[in-house]
Design a protein around this ligand. Structure first.
Ligand code: A2P
Length: 270
């Protein structure tokens, strides 16, 4: 039996603390990236930016990996943005899911990329690479983000142009949503760059910060701990180097129980 069939069988007798939800849609972007949505359990609450443990039954056992919830806290459906790895224990199976299949989810979401972990500010930077855009896909669609910040800047850096498409789709979906587009207005800026192909915006975000090009491109002043807040999600190397730049500019790292000027979470690999 394959993973979806085994998962369906497992779902008929679920242990406490686990949901089995139905896949609603699947969009493949590249041979390495896909997006899917599934039903949201009635009692499932989360804060925009948090992650949950998602799984399938593999080799007769449920296998879970951490996935940022890409949909906002108010949404009826749950959305995820995932990597596909040919020999990835979970993603080699998860990439094959189809509408109607079951996906497991543990009941308790968690995470540090939440608005409550930041002190009040004017401008919120969300720095992401690859699938690290997922928690920000949630936050840029949450009205609370725009209540708390005058300006929201989402940076997304990938190796290739095709990997940026999910980000562009999100922006277009916001523009097409009458209610959300009114709330977002012109507060949201999407700054997409690639590192290994030709593209108008090229380079690692760290280099673009250090050279000042990012600020010039966006028409914003340099980092300032009084006005600017940050959230970081993506590769460990990007997080480490970007956090160092934020600290150099005088921002300090916060957490849920200790709000400060920036928070970090590595992007999870399936
Ligand atoms: P690069 O192509 O120059 O390595 P990955 O696919 O390895 O997770 O990387 C995702 C993106 O993050 C790539 O565009 C990559 O650039 C970039 N990146 C990798 N390491 C760093 C770093 N230390 N600082 C900033 N960006 C980085």
């Amino acid at each position: 039996m394959n993973a979806p069939a085994k998962t369906e069988e497992f779902a008929t007798n679920l242990p406490a603390g686990v949901y089995a939800e139905t896949v609603l849609s699947v969009t493949h972007y590249t041979d390495r990236l896909f997006r899917f949505t599934m039903t949201r359990p009635a009692g499932f609450r989360f804060r925009s930016g948090e992650f949950a443990m998602i799984g399938l039954v593999v080799d007769d056992k449920p296998l879970y990996r951490a996935y940022s919830i890409a949909s906002p806290a108010w949404a009826e459906e749950l959305e995820f943005f995932s990597i596909k790895v040919a020999d990835g224990p979970l993603t080699q199976h998860l990439q094959k899911i189809k509408p109607g299949d079951k996906v497991l989810m543990r009941k308790k979401p968690t995470g540090t990329l939440v608005l409550d972990a930041l002190t009040p500010g004017k401008r919120l930077y969300m720095f992401s690479t690859g699938t690290g855009i997922a928690p920000f896909a949630s936050l840029i669609r949450d009205p609370e983000t725009y209540e708390k910040f005058e300006e929201v800047i989402l940076t997304h850096t990938c190796r290739e142009v095709a990997e940026l498409q999910y980000g562009f789709d999100l922006i277009n979906e916001i523009k097409a949503d009458e209610m959300l587009s009114e709330i977002v207005g012109d507060k949201l800026k999407h700054y997409a760059t690639v590192t290994r192909e030709d593209y108008p915006f090229k380079g690692r975000i760290t280099d673009l910060i250090e050279s000042g090009k990012m600020f010039a491109d966006l028409g914003v002043p340099p980092l300032n701990p009084e006005t600017d807040r940050g959230m970081l999600c993506g590769s460990m190397a990007m997080i480490k180097d970007t956090a160092a730049l934020l600290e150099k500019a005088g921002l300090t790292e916060g957490a849920n129980n200790n709000p400060a000027e920036f928070v970090i979470e590595r992007a999870f690999v399936g």
